[in-house]
Design a protein around this ligand. Structure first.
Ligand SMILES: Cc1cc2nc3c(=O)[nH]c(=O)nc-3n(C[C@H](O)[C@H](O)[C@H](O)COP(=O)(O)O)c2cc1C
Length: 260
């Protein structure tokens, strides 16, 4: 089954999910690769439809063992007509728990046909030393290799109903509670507004970037890593303790898992 177009569809506040998908796409035999970056709030709210001659690499980061919260609104606005799909979760070397199953199930409910799936490791968004430098050379090689496997499977496929793939995870999915805390800006903040412009949730007031809506913020760290003054951080001692503890418990290197 030869596809005509490849679309990389992803939510990627700190860029590692995007990078992972780009690496996988290098293994495909595609002339043109389109990006649908749903980190952008306005883009996420547009409706999108995919056709049978397309291949979608659908990437989401793992938050608390589930897909990052915008997943629901992404699914709600996506329709696919038996489009070939590769669900891919990217996680920070702790665990991906139920996220891959959730992504696969959600994509299939939209009308996608899963032909392969994978979980890849990247540097943790919290920048607490977990998975530092990942995806590294070894990961990149695996990602390109996975792309080649996807290409081969897509070409060999004659009946979409035989494409099914089994991935780990439990249903009902793991319960996650909202964490109503958010980064704050200190005196270094010059009110440039870059954080508000980049925030995937529109949680930061563009007129006063020192104000962040705790309930909209998903703690994705995009504003922290992109602040030109280094003014933003999560200044909650209990949170700092928790991410230090996480750094100790999630040190052992996890390897990519591919399902095809
Ligand atoms: C709020 C939050 C929760 C996270 N939960 C997990 C988790 O449960 N397991 C894990 O291994 N990584 C977790 N991570 C790390 C991200 O999955 C990982 O850093 C991912 O590569 C981020 O993708 P991005 O660079 O595309 O934003 C979490 C990150 C954030 C911001």
């Amino acid at each position: 089954m030869k596809y005509k177009r490849v679309i990389l569809m992803y939510f990627s506040p700190t860029g590692t999910t995007k990078k992972t998908l780009e690496n996988i796409a290098k293994g495909l035999d595609a002339e043109q690769i389109e990006h649908l970056d749903l980190t952008d709030f306005d883009k996420r709210w547009e409706r999108r439809t995919f056709e049978k001659d397309e291949l979608v690499l659908f990437g989401m980061p793992v938050y608390s063992g589930r897909m990052a919260p915008p997943a629901k609104e992404i699914f709600n606005r996506t329709t696919a007509n038996d489009t070939l799909c590769v669900p891919i979760v990217v996680y920070g070397n702790r665990a991906y728990d139920d996220a891959l199953l959730e992504l696969k199930n959600g994509a299939e409910r939209c009308g996608f046909k899963t032909i392969a799936a994978a979980a890849f490791v990247a540097e943790h968004s919290f920048k607490n030393g977990i998975g530092e430098g990942r995806p590294d050379e070894k990961d990149t090689e695996k990602q390109i290799e996975f792309g080649k496997m996807v290409e081969e499977k897509a070409l060999k496929l004659t009946d979409l109903n035989t494409a099914d793939v089994i991935v780990p995870g439990n249903f009902p999915y793991k319960f996650t509670a909202d964490i109503p805390i958010s980064p704050t800006a200190d005196d270094k903040c010059k009110n440039c507004g870059k954080c508000a412009e980049l925030c995937p949730m529109k949680a930061i007031d563009p007129n006063n970037p020192k104000i962040t809506d705790n309930f909209r913020c998903i703690l994705c760290y995009r504003c922290i890593i992109n602040c030109p003054e280094g003014a933003r951080d999560v200044r909650v001692p209990q949170f700092k303790e928790q991410i230090k503890f996480l750094a100790v418990t999630a040190q052992q290197r996890k390897e990519p898992e591919m399902f095809i």
